[in-house]
Design a protein around this ligand. Structure first.
Ligand code: ZN
Length: 463
């Protein structure tokens, strides 16, 4: 009897975990609190069953736009309540599931040859890995497959290195994607950048591809990423079940405690601001700094690279908000100068953002997270700056501003990627102009031309 019951329990667990959470008819509203009282009401609403915020808790502040997702059965009640407290709520999404379906759609005849992937749809982990494998096969002298450790569920954390072997001592850059599982646009931004580095004929892209050795990790949270395809599209954290607890008090699904926010788990000012010790929170920072294998793997890899040559760049990719963030995420106002080269990082980002906007007219903001988004501690890119002391460190919050949020339509992948490339090219140009590194081939060439001109001038002078 006990045996039978346990089989039933096991079956029930398997059945529940295999079901894809449906967001059928879920609505999204946007609104902007005008007073502290309204902010307080909204914060309470976050702990009410049937409501989940696209906007993180710390972002709910006076005069800031908040996006709230709710089940259709709460729609009337929500609208009435908002009216009664003087808040103007506008519905922006009629059916969340239809946006998810659009993101899951595959063109016909897809999958025969992954190298024909054309960035018109969102690939899953298997496809991303297959793409990396085949890309490495096609460019055997330039591309190396990377495997930097295992996730909590034992998946490899994989990437590719693009190395044209231009320098005796390489200048390197790391691109980090999908640390937050649901931020799918970041995955395809990084595969796109890698593909352009390998195949673009544009001379500026060629320069950037060949003068820097790129270490590109499209998916740094593979368990969470897989989970967004199999179970819950809106999953953010990793899948560490060791902090499992009842989330009844927080009014969220118990499953939410099965994960740690990897971008709060790094060992730089861990758990000081903008992070939670509640496993049911989206920003749960873990039991200790670096408690998670994914954050440890990334950090160890960064430290290893520092021994191999000059690690100049680290760029983290997240969504959504349209921002280029400068470290540190806990500093605002005059305190931003805690980062010794803050002025350079800001200039690099602001020039990059200008070029980005010029491509498709998409506005981007630049600043520290505390200044323009919310205070954060324990994030990956802050650790890279503060502890690993990498010179040029930025974090992109990609499209959009919340209209689709994490559910950005696939038609926006390529425009997003084009503008990000424009930003990165400009950021590299400014970085060089300030003097962080000089190109190998160009400087040699310029020197030769100058020498010839000098000789010519001297000769003419004498003639
Ligand atoms: Zn993120």
């Amino acid at each position: 009897m006990i045996y039978k019951i346990s089989i039933l329990v096991v079956l029930a667990i398997v059945y529940t975990s295999a079901e894809y959470v449906s967001y059928d008819n879920y609505k999204v509203y946007k609104l902007q609190p005008k007073t502290e009282e309204q902010v307080e009401l909204l914060r309470k609403l976050q702990h009410t069953k049937g409501y989940s915020f696209w906007t993180l808790f710390d972002y709910v502040k006076v005069d800031r736009e908040v996006r709230i997702m709710l089940e259709s059965k709460n729609e009337r009640e929500f609208e009435n309540y908002m009216k009664s407290v003087g808040l103007d709520a506008t519905k922006t999404v009629e059916d969340v599931q239809s946006l998810i379906d659009a993101q899951l759609k595959r063109p016909q005849n897809v999958g025969r040859n992954i190298l024909e992937y054309d960035w018109t749809y969102y690939p899953n982990l298997e496809e991303v890995e297959e793409w990396m494998n085949k890309t490495a096969e096609r460019h055997p002298n330039v591309v190396t497959l990377l495997d930097i450790g295992r996730s909590i569920e034992g998946r490899p954390i994989r990437g590719i290195k693009i190395d044209y072997k231009k320098r005796d001592k390489p200048v390197m850059g790391v691109l980090e994607g999908t640390l937050h599982a649901r931020e799918w646009i970041t995955t395809v931004t990084l595969t796109w950048l890698a593909n352009e580095f390998l195949n673009s004929k544009d001379e500026n892209v060629r320069f950037l591809a060949e003068n820097i050795v790129w270490h590109i990790f499209p998916v740094t949270n593979p368990d969470g990423f897989v989970y967004t395809f199999t179970d819950d599209r809106m999953w953010r954290k990793n899948r560490n079940p060791s902090n499992f607890t009842s989330c009844v008090a927080s009014n969220v699904r118990d499953d939410l405690s099965n994960g740690v926010d990897l971008n709060r788990n790094f060992g730089f000012l861990w758990m000081t601001v903008g992070a939670s010790q509640n496993p049911c929170a989206q920003t749960f920072a873990g039991q200790t700094a670096f408690s998670e294998p994914e954050s440890r793997a990334l950090a160890n890899y960064v430290l290893d690279l520092k021994n191999q040559g000059e690690l100049l760049y680290y760029m983290a990719f997240h969504s959504y908000s349209q921002m280029i963030l400068v470290p540190y995420s806990h500093t605002a106002g005059a305190n931003v100068l805690e980062v010794p080269n803050y002025a350079d990082l800001f200039e690099i980002a602001i020039k990059g953002a200008e070029k980005l906007t010029a491509v498709h007219n998409i506005p981007y903001q630049v600043g520290t997270s505390a200044d323009i988004l919310y205070e954060v501690s324990g994030s990956g890119f802050d650790w890279v700056k503060g502890e690993a002391k990498v010179p040029i460190v930025h974090l992109f919050e990609l499209r959009d501003l919340g209209q689709y949020g994490f559910l950005l339509p696939p038609e926006q992948i390529i425009p997003n990627n084009e503008e990000v490339m424009a930003a990165i090219l400009e950021m590299d140009r400014v970085t060089r102009k300030i003097g962080y590194y000089s190109p190998v081939s160009d400087s040699g060439y310029t020197l030769k031309i100058n020498a010839l001109l000098l000789i010519a001038a001297v000769m003419f002078g004498f003639v």
